[in-house]
Design a protein around this ligand. Sequence first.
Ligand code: PFF
Length: 448
Amino acid sequence: MQRENFTSRFGVLMAMAGSAIGLGNMWRFPYMVGEYGGAAFIIIYILCVFLLSLPILLCEFIIGRRSQKNAFGAFKKLAPGTAWKWAGLISLVAPLIIVSYYSVIGGWSIEYFFKACTFGFTDYVTHEELNTMFNDLVSSVWIPIFGHTFFLLITALIVMGGVKGGIERFGKIMMPILFVVVVLIAVRAMTLDGASEGIAYLFKPDFSKLNAEVCAAALGQSFFSLSLGCGTMLTYASYVNKSENIAKSSVSIAVSDLIFALIAGCAIMPAVFAFGLNPQEGPGLVFKTLPFIFSQMPLGSLVAILFFMALLIAALTSSISLFEVGVAYLVEEKGMNRKKSCMLIFMITWITGIFCSLSFGPLSDFKIIGNTIFDFFDKLSANFLMTIGSFIVVMFAGWKMKKSDVMDEFTNGGTIKGNVKSFNFIWFLIRWVAPLTIILIFLSNLFL
Ligand code: PFF
């Protein structure tokens, strides 16, 4: 059977940027900036993106496009008959784990979107009331499970539509809308009285706040945000045309992801400061602090609708990419059809997601190594599996593949002169800088 491919350069970029830009940018990045001290964290984050995450993204591009296979089959095809065939195992597990908790937050976003559409936030007057509303929502049983189910169902239906008709089409329509909406919200936030303090918080570094923990957090966030180490980008790259300049595409994806995170920061922090609220709210920032701001600011109801719509779109384009990893595996390695594969992945992640959702309520006392199920899934994937997955990918491209093959893929057979020139530098990053830094950060995560 003919393998499907993305049909246009724009489609590739929108699908891959869609995977990268998600809750990580709009929910995780702003609260991490808040927790880890503003601009100093952002500077380290930018360094991580360019020196480390970008080379890893390139490796995923190289392995995916060269093999034209799903994330598990790729290693088998490029290193037949070796133990490297197990390198793809993480891509079978990590995306399922991430989708499970990701779609719980996706479900909350749906709930908040509907609340915003019915002007639900204006009924709450104090910040505490909105805190209670959020806590009541997430700790209840049925509504979050309903949201999670609905979110996962939309994801499954889009992936069922195929690479071209589902994933690419959805990305091409939704990503530009997402961008415009978030820019509009940022402009609104930055023109509030008292917004300048928030802008200074984002862009004026205080280096006394830097330490190993901040660096490790920035690195983990850059992996998460670029969807690295769990087979997503590798799978998408396998649908990329042989004529595409993968260096250019990776840079475009990394830069748009970064810019998007910064714009999301500009949409949130100035408003937080303008209303004299605490930027260190943690994961509740988007769901507790923002609705309060929306309930207070001029045009707030409209901004709330736009914000939660954007959050939902961003989450969907990412969960689609996670879903596709498993579907591509089942279709290519197990010979299942796309529809059945989608249904199977849906069933697995629906059930595990229900446990994640209940871990805010009835199962909150059930702990795995001291964490609730949701936190355990989050930490296991972001701090552990994605790091190991990224390590495997760079080791494979840098030490297992032939240098000439990597160069061939990177330069499209030597036809892209700019890439030929920069190859030695990239090769050095892939072979030495990336693996050594990952080991360092991994160890510091374990022992600090
Ligand atoms: N990059 C997504 C975000 O920032 O929300 C999350 C994600 C998607 C992580 C896909 C991993 C992945 F494979």
